[in-house]
Design a binder for this molecule. Structure first.
Ligand SMILES: [Ca+2]
Ligand SMILES: [Ca+2]
Length: 530
């Protein structure tokens, strides 16, 4: 009997699906800070002048690729002059890396991006400078003003280590200083008002040049463990600095968006960072999504996410989660999932239906491989994280070539990954999965806005479902999302609504089951469900 009624309701919803012809709601400026971000290593993205190194003009010329992908924000990894390939040790905060182009090229990129609805966020690396920064060189030369920009000590033995047990004290020219990450990265002194004001000035300078957001690198280490001898510091010192920084930047540009690298899985600490940041990068959520994506069943996936969101709500009712799958410091997902395309597609969908402003690490959309190397030598240089940041294969003249050493397995494996150009032509490619699910997100307010979800009543280990809803003035939408984590087809529960997405399926009118490793999104009609 129940089954019969079920079939009847199913029939109704098929009819709705057929005649519904849903029109996408008007999303004009409901909340300017809900975006889909693309984290980009400039060196590896797009080369406009044929020297093999990615550059600003290459990005500008490839903006339409990002627009078509559905991207509305770009996070540029460090753009400043630096002695390293990665740029996380800056020698001048008021200019750009000449390998990437000129300052004019950069402002042009910001302008062109803005015209296409894309905000540019830059990495701001201010926990430390390069040891070649003129401030540090002046400090070593005995300039008292700049000596106080850094953290020097006269103590012969500090007996103190950093938060992962590393030595943080180094000696140069007979002077002992703190370099939390490395001797070539001396820490700035956050107890010095001149340093704080310098950081504000740097922020304003880049807002003036068209930047719409900042990602504060190593934001949990500004007041690092055992860094300030004789001072008692804790993580609230970081949070209060971030709060002041955000306030100052907001006064200058009310729309500026501020994220920070808080590399912690403990949501009870991460939540406190919402006091100072719009979005601490959401490592707790990322961890859950990647783990569930790797599994073939997880009874507590959705419950686990909701527990984290509820923790955040305790601090900030308007928090913006910034979920992601992988970043430049982690092995890529194709490596972790051993190239399993079904898993890669599903986890892309799992990311893109979450609350907040999700971030895609460049190359994940085509399934690039990447893993940490162990210091093997290439062209006289020891290689570590380069192999997590390899060139994106566009399949055209823009493809960068700065790292092609095929004695590294990631380089070899990436030669087997279909290029952007190739994947655009294959209907069920990973890239087209990303495009489809991002499009869905951007066109549905219940997916794009809001910061909570509620659990579907009858979840199983295989089939995990949740509701998301959003109300804005007279617009209201509620969706029900199902992920089939398993390798077996699952029956689609009967619900009153219209299917608006089913993985890889164009005609969604006759669906009664959920394929293995796939997602279905249902637009609920009113509030009705059972
Ligand atoms: Ca170039
Ligand atoms: Ca520090």
């Amino acid at each position: 009997m129940i089954r019969k009624i079920g079939n009847f309701i199913l029939l109704i919803f098929i009819i709705f699906a057929f005649f519904g012809c849903k029109k996408a709601p008007d999303l004009t400026d409901i909340n300017p800070r809900n975006d889909v971000y693309y984290q980009m290593f400039v060196r590896s993205f797009a080369d406009s002048d044929g020297d093999g190194i990615g550059d600003f003009n290459g990005i500008t010329e490839k903006l339409d690729y990002l627009v078509d992908l559905g991207i509305t924000g770009i996070w540029l990894m460090p753009i400043h002059p630096s002695p390293t390939y990665h740029g996380y040790d800056v020698t001048n905060y008021y200019n750009v890396n000449p390998e990437y182009g000129t300052l004019a090229d950069f402002t042009n990129l910001c302008q062109e991006a803005k015209e296409k609805g894309i905000t540019i966020m830059i990495d701001l690396v201010v926990n430390h400078t390069s040891s070649l920064h003129e401030w540090f060189l002046s400090a070593l030369a005995g300039d008292e003003k700049y000596k106080d920009y850094y953290v020097f000590t006269d103590q012969a033995t500090t007996g103190k280590l950093g938060s992962w047990g590393q030595n943080i004290w180094h000696i140069a020219d007979g002077k002992k200083y703190c370099g939390y990450f490395s001797n070539t990265m001396p820490d700035l002194n956050f107890f010095n008002e001149d340093v704080i004001n310098e950081i504000y000035q740097i922020g304003k300078y880049w807002i003036d040049h068209g930047v719409g957001g900042f990602r504060l690198d190593a934001a949990q280490h500004f007041y690092g463990t055992n860094e300030y001898l004789g001072y008692s510091v804790d993580f609230y010192d970081n949070i209060y600095f971030l709060k002041d920084f955000r306030k100052k930047m907001r006064e200058y540009d009310p729309n500026v968006y501020i994220t920070g690298e808080i590399n912690l899985l403990t949501e009870s600490i991460v939540k406190e960072y919402f006091i100072g940041l719009d979005s601490p990068l959401d490592f707790p959520i990322a961890n859950k999504v990647v783990a569930a994506g790797a599994s073939n069943g997880n009874l507590n996936y959705i419950k686990g996410l909701i527990k984290i969101y509820n923790t955040y709500l305790g601090v900030d009712q308007t928090f913006i989660s910034a979920p992601f799958l992988r970043n430049h410091d982690e092995n890529r997902l194709a490596t972790e999932y051993d190239g399993n395309l079904d898993k890669l597609k599903l986890v892309a969908e799992m990311l893109m239906v979450l609350p907040g402003s999700p971030i895609i690490y460049y190359g994940e959309e085509i399934g690039m491989y990447g893993s940490k190397s162990n210091g093997e030598i290439s062209n006289g240089i020891a290689i570590w994280d380069e192999t997590r940041r390899l060139p994106l294969n566009f399949g055209d003249k823009y493809t960068t070539t700065w790292f092609q050493d095929d004695t590294f397995s990631d380089v070899v494996r990436n030669q087997e990954v279909k290029s952007v150009t190739e994947q655009l032509l294959v209907e069920d490619s990973l890239l087209n999965t990303y495009r489809a699910i991002i499009k869905l997100r951007n066109e549905n307010i219940a997916l794009k806005y809001g910061n909570t979800m509620t659990v579907y009543e009858n979840n199983t280990s295989q089939l995990q479902g949740f509701y998301r809803e959003y109300q804005y003035e007279d617009k209201y939408q509620k969706v029900l999302v199902f992920h089939n984590l398993s390798l077996l087809e699952q029956a689609l529960p009967v619900v009153n609504g219209t299917i608006i997405y089913a993985s890889g399926i164009k005609d969604v009118t006759n669906i009664t089951t959920i394929a293995p490793k796939s997602t279905i999104v249902i637009d609920m009609i009113g509030d009705a469900h059972d």
